[in-house]
Write a protein that binds this ligand. Structure first.
Ligand code: CP3
Length: 354
């Protein structure tokens, strides 16, 4: 699978969308909006179609994936769809024994802590995730001019789940390995970079118009440790998909001190959580990159006027950016009122109509 098996750039029918134009820092008819975790538990229609089907199994059914991916596009009129899957799907696909426990998150049966454990992380081939290719084929037909965002977990965040064996607040085992055995750590992240790159390539080849690399938990590191122990692996992922000419988005939580380095790793668009205003974030990231963000997802629990006031604050801070994709500073919280999301999309579109 090489970068030359499909023409460079996103599929032509999505090329001129507001979302892709903003990613390329071109003028837009309105600021594009989408939400991390827009498909999922905040939607009653999601809960209905998922009833009785375990999370990972639902990711392997192309028709269900297509329906769930489309739900927020139909309901909220967001400017982009995000492929319904999970960051641990490629690990499951290569045979890692793991599950997603409701209310907990990914749980790994045998954590990876020793050199011999690396053998369990074999290379990912497109055949391992044929259901992804099939689902994206169905989706691009239904989406038409609306771009589909493919995604993957970044090496550090995947390593955290694999080494801890599940979600972790302090990443004790992960950091013990990172500081205690730098060579094994580098080899682990390098293998994860290859798996992640292969998973993103499958999605782009199948028709994704952009990709987002989620390094959700990397904000736990200092800039010096990020540069030394994580950035080479994330940069390898971005380099591997650079030839496709589709925008590459990079996001993590609590990464205010890392924004410049995350851009440097190879992102075209840097995602920002709600802790750093976008006018400050753009100074940290530097020129030549678009920004995505950054309304606090908890703001959506406030009355409508307050939500709009906070959204306007985000838009004002973004006024001088070359490219801005409006999003939340992290995923939609499960108990969010879906109508608040629909109203927010409408508000941003109206406020920024040019
Ligand atoms: O709409 C979308 O954003 C697309 C779907 C998506 C899911 N997971 C579906 C999902 C995406 C982009 C992800 C990425 C993901 N998964 C990340 C990075 C994004 C982030 O939030 O930082 C991470 C860290 C994971 C790992 C993971 N998977 C967690 C923490 C959880 C939640 C556990 C829980 O139940 O609270 C999951 C499960 C998961 N992934 C759900 C969904 C809709 C919920 C499971 C369900 O509905 O039964």
């Amino acid at each position: 699978m090489s970068a030359n098996t499909r023409p460079s750039g996103p599929p032509t029918q999505t090329y001129d969308s507001a979302f892709l134009r903003a990613c390329r820092r071109e003028p837009v008819p309105h600021t594009p909006v989408w939400f991390m975790r827009q498909a999922g538990r905040s939607l009653p229609e999601y809960l209905k179609v998922r009833e009785g089907i375990p999370m990972l199994e639902s990711c392997m059914r192309p028709e269900l994936v297509t329906e769930i991916t489309m739900q927020p596009v139909r309901r909220h009129r967001v400017d982009a769809a995000i492929f319904f899957s999970d960051i641990v799907v490629p690990l499951k696909a290569i045979g890692v024994d793991l599950d997603i426990k409701p209310g907990v998150g990914p749980v790994v049966a045998e954590p990876i802590r020793r050199r011999a454990d690396l053998e369990r992380l074999r290379a990912l081939t497109p055949d391992d995730v044929a259901y992804v290719t099939e689902a994206i084929g169905m989706l691009t037909g239904e989406l038409g001019a609306t771009p589909l965002i493919g995604f993957a977990g970044a090496p550090f965040t995947l390593a955290s789940y694999l080494v801890e064996g599940g979600p972790s607040r302090n990443h004790e085992n992960t950091k013990a390995l990172m500081y205690g055995d730098p060579e094994l750590w580098a080899d682990l992240l390098d293998r994860l970079a290859d798996i992640t790159a292969a998973f993103l390539k499958v999605q782009i080849e199948a028709g994704a118009s952009a990709v987002q690399l989620f390094d959700s938990w990397v904000g736990a590191l200092s800039p010096a440790d990020y540069r030394r122990a994580v950035m080479p692996a994330s940069a390898k992922v971005f380099d591997a998909v650079a030839g496709y000419g589709v925008p590459r988005i990079h996001f993590g939580v609590g990464t205010g001190e890392l924004l410049g380095l995350m851009g440097e790793a190879g992102a075209d668009v840097v995602g920002v959580d709600w802790r750093v205003p976008l006018d400050e974030a753009v100074r940290r990231v530097g020129p030549g990159k678009a920004l995505q963000g950054n309304l606090d997802p908890a703001v959506l629990f406030a009355p409508r006027e307050a939500v709009e006031e906070q959204a306007d604050r985000v838009l004002r801070a973004a006024a001088d950016l070359e490219g801005h994709v409006f999003n939340l500073g992290h995923g939609v919280l499960p108990t969010t009122d879906p109508d608040a999301l629909t109203r927010l999309v409408e508000h941003v579109h109206t406020r920024t109509a040019r």
